[in-house]
Design a binder for this molecule. Sequence first.
Ligand SMILES: Nc1ncnc2c1ncn2[C@@H]1O[C@H](COP(=O)(O)OP(=O)(O)OP(=O)(O)O)[C@@H](O)[C@H]1O
Ligand SMILES: [Mg+2]
Length: 315
Amino acid sequence: MIVTVTPNPSLDRTYEVPSLDRGEVVRATGERMDPGGKGVNVSRAVAAAGRRTVAVLPLGGAPGALVAELLAAQGIEVAPVPVAGTTRSNIALAEADGVLTKVNAPGPELGPEERELLLQTVRRQAHGADWIACCGSLPRGLAPSWYADLVARAHVAGVRIALDTSGPALLAALREGPDVVKPNAEELAEAVGRPLATVGDALKAADDLRSLGAGAVLASLGADGQLLVTGAGAWYGGAPVAAVRSNVGAGDASLAGFLIAGGAGPEALASAVAHGAAAVQLPGSVMPTPADLSPAAVTVTADVPLDRPLTDPAP
Ligand SMILES: Nc1ncnc2c1ncn2[C@@H]1O[C@H](COP(=O)(O)OP(=O)(O)OP(=O)(O)O)[C@@H](O)[C@H]1O
Ligand SMILES: [Mg+2]
């Protein structure tokens, strides 16, 4: 069982528009609503794999109720934490030529009692869980050390923790030794304060995150695949992708793939890569099912191609 924690979930509203014209009325030709948030995506991918998951979410107001309803309709168990504020609505404008413009709201501020209730809910749900996956940015009201606290509490309860966040929240949590962190290239570069131009640069940066406390680093490098660095060694994995339809949520699908395959070693990396490659070939943030995966197309090697330049170097 995999518990996910999304401290700042959203109701994602996507409008299809012919094209954007600033200052004009734009008529949508289609609209859809999805439950949003990185931990929500991980839960959707875990559920798509037929595995049990519970999504812990602070939810408030009508948008919060809708998020819970949409997840229930997809068969995903939710452990809601009622909050006084209103869950944010994020707006995406999808133009006919494929350009996506997003407006993300900050979301409600959590008060002291809500913060405590969130931690208590995670603790209750974590009983008997294999992993807690903590994903995304922190809402106002949660200190950058909030994930660090959660890692410490999870370890006291004997549950492993995977963390996908960035900036000060990531750096603070490293000190508590999260079992795995999943930065993308940009987040990894930011964490070490150095640009990444090659896979070797990413490997060095991942080593640095391990020195700062991470048990393992699963670095997703976009079109250049993924790198897993643990105490037992380092592996590099990739899979060819014929055509990218949407990379939204590909990192979340990868983390889910890694955790459902045990969350350690080259087999878990192969599953992460298979999920990432499948996710980018699906529209929007649709998460892959087992039928979408091509595990035979994945290659994993301990011979990390250090000199391989990154397609998208991280500044
Ligand atoms: N252009 C691409 N071509 C092939 N595979 C890709 C591409 N983009 C992403 N992937 C696959 O998906 C994985 C995750 O992508 P990425 O590193 O962009 O994650 P991310 O930035 O964390 O995404 P998100 O946070 O939106 O979920 C990659 O490691 C790779 O396996
Ligand atoms: Mg990501």
